[in-house]
Design a protein around this ligand. Structure first.
Ligand code: SF4
Length: 371
């Protein structure tokens, strides 16, 4: 058996896979908040949150987010700042921005109703084939595949697919395969059952074949090769980057924050003044130079701590350096602001800066004398 496109699915095998999987799902599906109704907006929010994030982490965010923005209209009329704040801590903030923009489009162009049409749904910002398939099949019972990493793993084992699953062409063939398997009457349940099997049983390193409903259908199991699948090109390790964060305070104990550039890592989010360093840059000097170049001279203080944070492509190794503004009445560079304790709490700070704040002992007691 080679390419997924070449897999021959005889009707009897299709019937067996459908009925065994759906029967197992009925008995084993987890009771998750987004499974309690079929509101397409709620399912959409859950699917976006679940990208690259574990179910247990998502649940409290999902519940809070929907309490705050219960309908597409509520989300559309919120400011970006409010949306990012509600997303704070979940990471991958472009997901929140795209969802916000897409829901605004749903409100302005579709009267607030998530489109049922696959083409229209796929044109919305940030909506890829997986998200469109999940929302349309679960909410509207449309026979559209939703092939995520879990489904690809199950398929690659069931049908011994020897190709690299990170290739778009392979994903497309898997979608074609899923489309053939999806039953007319229960597309949403079938898609969720496949994902659930991948999440609970056919897990990456040690699949529980002894309790798998598809064990008799599975070619990889039959050949004793389950762990050889899926075939995946090794991704590049995140590139280590040294940065310095400034914890710069004024006479009143306020802290300086900088809005990140509109594009790139943590785009548009608030953080501590941040400068990338060469390996041998002294952090205090680098911070001083960075602020001076922005037209805001400071006196650097001592090193307050170290933080490491891994993004998908980069690994920040940050040194947090204290500092004080040389003249607090000087104008701030564009996109910089002072924030007192209260105000700081209202800023949606990405996790890496939260980490930095937490490594600074008694940060709000720091005065200029300490620095
Ligand atoms: Fe996965 Fe094992 Fe089930 Fe095959 S039998 S689908 S490898 S859990």
């Amino acid at each position: 058996m080679g390419k997924p496109g070449e897999i021959l699915l005889d009707p009897e095998r299709v019937r067996r896979i459908r009925s065994k999987l759906l029967c197992w799902y009925e008995k084993n599906k987890r009771d998750l908040p987004w499974r309690r109704d079929r509101d397409p907006y709620k399912i959409w929010v859950s699917e976006v949150m679940l990208q690259q994030t574990r179910v247990d982490t998502v649940i409290p965010y999902y519940e809070r987010f929907l309490k705050r923005f219960p309908t597409p209209g509520d989300l559309a009329s919120a400011s970006e700042e409010e949306v990012i704040k509600a997303w704070e801590g979940l990471g991958y903030y472009s997901r929140a921005r795209n969802l916000h923009a897409a829901v605004r489009e749903v409100v302005s162009s579709y009267g607030g109703k998530v489109p049922e049409d696959r083409e229209a749904m796929s044109r919305l910002k940030g909506v890829g084939p997986y998200t469109a398939g999940a929302v349309l099949s679960i909410a509207y019972n449309r026979r559209v595949p939703a092939v995520d990493g879990n489904v690809m793993r199950v398929f690659s084992r069931l049908f011994t697919i020897e190709e690299d699953i990170t290739r778009t062409a392979v994903r497309r063939r898997m979608e074609a395969l899923a489309t053939e398997l999806i039953p007319e009457d229960r597309p949403g349940d079938f898609n969720q059952a496949l994902m659930e099997l991948g999440a609970l049983v056919c897990v990456p390193s040690s699949p529980s074949c002894d309790r798998c409903p598809l064990v008799r259908e599975c070619q990889a199991h039959e050949q004793g090769r389950a762990k050889d699948f899926p075939v995946k090109r090794k991704g590049k390790a995140p590139v280590p980057v040294c940065v310095v964060f400034g914890w710069i305070v004024d006479d009143e104990g306020r802290v300086l924050f900088e809005r990140r550039p509109k594009k790139g890592l943590l785009a548009g989010l608030w953080g501590l003044p941040t400068a990338e360093m060469e390996r041998d840059d002294p952090p205090r000097e680098k911070l001083k130079r960075y602020c001076a170049e922005k037209g805001f001279p400071i006196e650097p203080g001592s090193v307050l701590g170290h933080v490491e944070h891994v993004f998908s492509h980069r690994r920040w190794q940050a040194v947090v350096v204290g500092g004080r503004a040389l003249a607090t009445d000087q104008p701030l560079p564009t996109g910089w602001r002072w924030a007192g304790e209260e105000e700081r709490r209202s800023l949606a700070l990405p996790k890496v800066y939260e980490k930095a704040l937490s490594v600074i002992e008694f940060p709000l007691q720091l005065t200029m004398c300490d620095l």
